[in-house]
Design a protein around this ligand. Sequence first.
Ligand code: TMP
Length: 205
Amino acid sequence: MSGLFITLEGGDGSGKSTQSALLASWLEEQGRTIVLSREPGGTELGVELREIILHRRGYIAPRAEALLYAADRAHNIATKIRPALERGDVVLQDRYLDSSVAYQGAGRVLDPTEVRNLSLWAAEDLLPDLTILLDLDETVGRSRLDQSRTQYDRLEAEKQDFHARVRASYLELADAEPERFLVLPAADSIESIASAIRARVATLL
Ligand code: TMP
């Protein structure tokens, strides 16, 4: 059985973790072994990097931030994701290189192509088989977050225009690679999103 690398992308509050959990249990019913991961923070080293990236007090220069995400990614892909794919497992990962292009590229206004190339270098050119983009109006994402958070991390704390750029960048990325992306409106019901995801994933099994 060959491995499958599926990533979930979308703004903060778009429902990625809910959909990832639903997809994982459906895939298990199909007899597949699932490896769950996330960036930043999918490995032990990643957990430490996540703490620095998201919660360390004070300014982090945009290029330093991009490199920290890339360091997390390099270690996650080399030590966790590639071995899982070689075993034939299905990897479900919350966020990957598209997050860097959208947040550090469009959000922090670094060159998106340079940010993408940095990620590809970090991950030795590994691209997902499928990327599910849960597209959400940033004002709705914000109000969902307001209901579930008492404190924001470094990126969540950014202003609305930052999150509007992130959203627009995600949609551009999806347009540029329609065969890799499945774009779904995150405002739809949990069950209708889950069933659209299952339908697409079924074609890859
Ligand atoms: P999470 O809370 O969804 O795990 O995401 C952590 C935050 O990190 C989220 O606001 C998006 C941001 N992020 C980037 O800015 N660049 C990246 O490459 C990744 C993976 C996440």
